[in-house]
Design a protein around this ligand. Sequence first.
Ligand SMILES: Cc1cc2nc3c(=O)[nH]c(=O)nc-3n(C[C@H](O)[C@H](O)[C@H](O)COP(=O)(O)O)c2cc1C
Length: 408
Amino acid sequence: MPPDPLPAASGTLPGPIRDALAEILLDRLALVVTDPRLPDNPIIHASPGFTALTGYDEAEVLGRNCRFLQGAGTDVAAVDRVRSAIRDGRAVTVDLVNYRKNGEPFGNRLRIDPVHADGQLRCLLGVLHELPPPGSVVEDGRDMLLRDLRHRVNGAMQLVMSLLRIRMARSQDPAVVEALSDALEQLEAVMLVSLMEAADRVDSTTGVQMAYLKRYAARAANRLELRVPEVLPRATGGKGEAHKMEAIDAARVLGADVAYLDPPYNQHSYLGNYHVWESLVVWDKPEVYGVACKRADCVSRRSVFNSRPRALGALREVIRAIDARALVVSFSDEGFVSREDMEGMLREWAGKRGGGVVRTVAVPSKRYVGAKIGIHNQRGERVGKVSHVTNTEFVFTCVREASRLCVA
Ligand SMILES: Cc1cc2nc3c(=O)[nH]c(=O)nc-3n(C[C@H](O)[C@H](O)[C@H](O)COP(=O)(O)O)c2cc1C
C-alpha cells in the first residue's frame, strides 16, 4: 500500500517525516549540541557537517567546550555576547573568527538556540555557517538583480526579435519590411519600460534610489516581475522621437510646437537620485559606491543646472535657444532661479514687444521624499531637523507673440 499522502497545506509534518528531515539536517549542517547541565557545557554531539567544516572528528570534540575553536583573532566582545546569551537562556547569532584543526582561520556565523522538552532546558544547539573570506568576490543582491534582469529580458527579447527578423528577411514586400522594422524598434522601447517598471518595485530604498536610511527597504527582496506597460496609440502627429543630448544642444537643433523644460531645481541631481534608471537605459555595469550602489560617474558627471552660481545663466541660454511656439517650464520656489527671474526670461523669450503671454500657476506641494525622511548620519541615525516639508511648485506657460496656439 502506498503511504498516506501528506495532509494538504496543514503546515504540520507527521512525526516520521519530521524525524527523517531532522536526520538529513543533522547530517548536512555543521551542528554541535552541548549539555549546559554538565560542568563547562560540553559537546554531546557533533555532526558530519561540523567535522567537514572544522577538521575535527566527533570523537575528538566530545566532552569539550566549543571555545577550543577560538584563537588570537576571535573578537572578545562577540564571545561576551555568547556567554551572556547562554547565561540568560536566550538564542544568539554572532560572527566569530574560529580556527580549523589545521590552524586555518575561518569566519563563523554561529547561531545558538536553547532546546526545551517537557518545559525543561535539555540542551543547546549550535549551527555553524562559514562566512566568505573578507575581500572575496561575492555576488551581492545588486549583481544578482542585474544578472536576473539581463537574463530574462535578453531571453524574451531575443526570441521575439529573431522571429521578427526572420519574417523581415523572408518578406519581399517593402511595406511589410518597414512595418516589421518599426515593430522591432517599438518592442525595444516596450521592453525597456517594462524593465524599468519591474525594477521600480524592488530597487528603491525610499522612493528615490538613495540610501537615506542606510539599509534597503523590505521590498528590495521582492521577486522581479516584468509587466507589459500600458502602450498608448501612436500620436496622430506621427512617430515620436527620443534624443539623448545636453539640454543646450537639444534646444539648438530640435524644433517643436510646444517645448517643455523640467530642469533640476537645485543641487539635487536626477542622475544621483535615479541612478538605477540610468544604468538600465545605458545598459552598462558601471563601477558603483556606497550603500545605494550609486554609479561612480554620479560624482564626475556634474550638471550646470545643479550649480547655484551657474544655473540661472545656463537656463537663460537654453530658453533663448528654444525654437517652439509655446514653452512650458516646471520649477519650484526652492530652486536656484527665483520666480521673478524665470518670468523675466520667459517674457524675453515670448516677445520683446509685449505680444507674448506668460502665465504662472503656483501649486502648494509636498517636498521631495528626502525631506520627509529627515537628515541621517553615516550610521543611519536621525540627526538635525528638516526646516519645512511643503513648498510651492510653479508651472510657467508661455506663448510667443504671433502664435495662434492657445495655452490654457
Ligand atoms: C551550542 C554551542 C555551540 C557553540 N559553538 C561555538 C563555535 O562554533 N565557536 C565558538 O567560538 N564558540 C562556540 N560556542 C561558545 C563557547 O562554547 C562559549 O560559550 C563561549 O566561548 C563563551 O564562554 P567562555 O567565556 O566560557 O569561553 C558555542 C556554545 C554553545 C553552547
